[in-house]
Design a protein around this ligand. Sequence first.
Ligand code: C2O
Ligand code: CU
Ligand code: CU
Length: 481
Amino acid sequence: MLRQKLAQLRQRLLAAIGLGILATAIILVADYLFNDDPAVRIPADRPATRLLAIPPLLEPTDEDGVARYHLDLHAASHNFLPDRATPTFAYNQTSILGPTLRLRQGDRIAIDVTNHLDEDTTTHWHGADLPAAADGGAHSLIHPGQTWTAEFDVIQEAATLWYHPHVKYHTAEQVYRGAAGLMIIDDDNPSARSLPSTYGVDDIPLILQDKDFTKTSELDFTLTNYGKGYYYPTLTANGTIDPYLSVPAGLVRLRLLNGSQARLYHFSLDAGKTMTKIASEGGYLNRPLELERLTLSPGDRAEIVVDLSDVDRLVLLDDSFGRVLELRADPTLVAVTTPLPDRLNDIERIDPSEVDRSREFVFDSVGKGWGINGKQMEMARIDDTIRFGDTERWTLQSVSGWHVFHVHQTQFQVLSRNGQPPEPADRGWEDTIFFKNRNKIEILARFDTYANPEIPYMLHCHILDHEDTGMMSQFEIVKDL
Ligand code: C2O
Ligand code: CU
Ligand code: CU
């Protein structure tokens, strides 16, 4: 009798364990299928714990009228968490990321980049209008111990650009480990004079990257999640986890950069506040644009102004992570309170009747990775040749997955999205644009600043694991077709 009871009990126990395992398996599979965002949310109702790091400004030396900068890329060590050193990549004296370069329109500049890593790198100036030899694409390799120099004239208007490596197969990992920095261009635009512009005080750079850590505090890098872009659970802003910053009790400009591998950010402010977008990737919008929400895809930048004149605290939120940054109003700091100007820029729409040539770019999976127009990136193959001076219409289309189109050297305008004219937020100069599966986007671009028949520029998906697994092609701009 007792023995029978025991046997019964054992069977029930085993059945229960079996059910438990099955249930856990179902939850894990469902989690994988329906929720690939492991974001760790930061509750916005308790104070943030760490002071936001501000990347230092890099001072140039003047050499016969050329502003000369030096960047040293090296392996570094950064304390994301107190008492825990994490190996990172960094430029110059920073422990992660790099200093901010501040350039003036009209200047001639030279940037020397020395590679102290034990792997190849390149340095690409994302969003910059410059000659192919200075672009720092996949062909401009800097081998360990070498120095490469980019020399060019700053011909474009005020904008927030960034720099990062562009090595075939290794861009995602180098950027993830911290090889990235901002490049701000200033100009004499009189309408912008009243905007908050004191760097680190009321003009705040914010480089957003998601990270994952191993048990021993190393950065855990994963290139891809079965073809889906890889999302990491921990948000960092300028390398700081859970940051706050004291700012003047007035208008504050944030220069947002999505420096993540694959993640999109959906920003908003707490307490029902709105933000005002003043600049897209290539410069100021024609008019400030009030927004409740702002989405940034990988590689994308936006400049927004937020107002702390009637609050003592304002929180920048993201849908996945909760709090991104807590701003604390400090009434002892000098505040900009002048209302934003009505007009900031005078961008004229490119007229589609100017178009000299049209091209199509279809984004799809190819082989084990990704490709454009059915092909994976090939260093020795030039995919498109563009005649110098031409205006082109490009149709971008995804037949599988979400993508972020990015083109080097030029800033484009969105002509249409799925047959509709662009939203006001899409009416500035752009160099990256996000689109979903089955979306179709038309853009217009002019190629009238530089030509070089020997060195190509790149266009690619800025979801970095897509780029690294083939979704990139090359074009050259030539004077004689
Ligand atoms: Cu942000 Cu081809 O680069
Ligand atoms: Cu670029
Ligand atoms: Cu893609």
